[in-house]
Each structure stands twice: as structure tokens, then as C-alpha cells.
Design a protein around this ligand. Sequence first.
Ligand code: AMP
Length: 184
Amino acid sequence: MKKLIFLGPPGAGKGTQAQTLATSYQIPHISTGDILRQAMTAQTPLGQKAKIYVDKGELVPDELILDLIKERLTQPDSKKGWVLDGFPRNLAQASFLEQLLANLNQSPDFALNLIVPDEVLITRMLERGRRDDNEDTIRRRLQVYRNETAPVISFYQQRGILQSINGNQSMEAVTSSLQAAIES
Ligand code: AMP
């Protein structure tokens, strides 16, 4: 029964680490970025609306994300735990999640904050080469992270569940540090 929230800037390795932990704890990996990219590929109404924002490195409006998260977290497989990756991305989303989980009689165990220097983030994103990984978009996503997402770190610190991890290590070392924090 692990309920984990991944925080940290774009390129910090949230997706990889979230997937590894989800596999090891046998719980769903819920990535709002993956859900949006799938919707964009399938050109669903959600995908068509989201594309405008994703391609610019802006956050997709909350009203497109909140229903999606509510729907996903109320599915039966989410009862035994989950790893959230890319959500919450601002304080409004964090408050929404808190209320939603309270209604479900749940609460997160840890908010895991991966810390990685900016120059490493930029190199990693350029190497990854996703559709929103060009230089202008990367710069914008880092700005959006600082302005809107970084405040979420204090939100979870105040709730006493924040664990900060050095994300500038080998993939395996980051996984070990995360597991040590979660099992502590
Ligand atoms: P990610 O894969 O988490 O880096 O997300 C890629 C892009 O999807 C972001 O730059 C945003 O445009 C959008 N996105 C993902 N998650 C969210 C969210 N929780 N709220 C708003 N936009 C999001």
C-alpha cells in the first residue's frame, strides 16, 4: 500500500523512477504527461485541446486535468496504491488532490522531490528528444516549473511528507535512495 507523489523539474527522471517503483510495488503508475501524449496521438478531443499547451511548454488548464485524475484515482486498481508522476503541477491541483483523497479515505505516504541542477536537466531533455523537448519549450517548462510547480514542494513539506532526493546520480542509485526514503 504505497501512495507516492513525484515532484521535481522536467528532465529530473520522474517518469523512469516512477515506473520502476510502480513495478516494484505492483501499483499503477499514473502520469498525466503520458495520458496527454496518448490522447494527442489518438487525436481525441482532450488531445486536441492539450496539444496547444503541451507544444508550448505551458500547463494544460486545470479543468482538463482534474477530471482525468479523479476518474483514474477512483478506478479499482488505484485502491491498493499508486505513483503519481507529473501531478499535482500547481497549488490548485495539490488542493484538489487533497480533497479528492480525503473523500476516498486516502492520504499520500510521501512526496518525493528529485533535485537535479538546471544544466543537467537541459542536457537530459535535449538527449531525450520528445516532441516538446526543443530548446524554447524546455526553457519555458523550466520557468513554469519554478513559478507554478515549485510551490507544491512547500505544500507537502508543511504536511510533513516531503522527501528530497539527489536525482543527479545513476538511475540505479536514485532508485536505491528513493527506496531507502520510502522504507524509512
Ligand atoms: P510531463 O510528461 O509530466 O513532463 O508533461 C508534459 C506536458 O504535459 C507538460 O509540459 C504540460 O504541458 C502537460 N502536463 C502534464 N501534466 C500536467 C498537469 N498535471 N497539469 C497541467 N499540464 C500538465
